[in-house]
Design a protein around this ligand. Structure first.
Ligand code: ZN
Length: 144
């Protein structure tokens, strides 16, 4: 186990030098984030297009029966909501990929400060720091 004289000369921090560090953001692995965002983008694209294809009844034309049509339309509302929320998140993911490409990833779009690392870990497409996001979304539950 103790044959690590050679091992000591390996300096693992040198492996990081090929990746340009992000200004103002500590410890963001941009490659890992990019892959995570790209995977998420594929999932969202699939979900949005499947939901809207179903809502357009591509394989399943509207029934001639009125009651059946009502059921189909209710189902369409649900599919429409799924598709809308997927598209909304998709736009955010694409914006995050653009910020990543331009080196602005991890910087709050509102105040310009670094976004908290744990926030980015939870929401990789976050474009604002926690404080600005909470100010922008007053419906976030207040803690009593
Ligand atoms: Zn901010």
């Amino acid at each position: 186990m103790a044959r690590s004289e050679a091992g000591r000369t390996l300096r693992p921090q040198h492996r990081r030098h090929s990746v340009a560090p992000l200004r103002g953001v500590a410890d963001v692995d941009t490659e890992a984030v990019r892959e995570r965002l790209l995977r998420r983008r594929e999932e969202l694209r699939t979900r949005a297009s499947e939901a809207s294809a179903e809502a357009r009844h591509e394989d399943d034309p509207l029934s001639a029966d009125f009651a059946e049509q009502v059921t189909q339309r209710e189902n369409d509302d649900v599919l429409g909501a799924i598709s809308d929320s997927a598209r909304f998140e998709l736009a955010q993911v694409e914006a995050a990929l653009r910020r990543l490409a331009s080196g602005r990833y991890g910087t709050c779009a509102a105040c310009g400060e670094a976004i908290e690392a744990e926030r980015l870990a939870a929401v990789p497409h976050a474009e604002r720091c926690r404080g600005c996001a909470e100010r922008a979304a007053p419906r976030a539950p207040a803690r009593h």
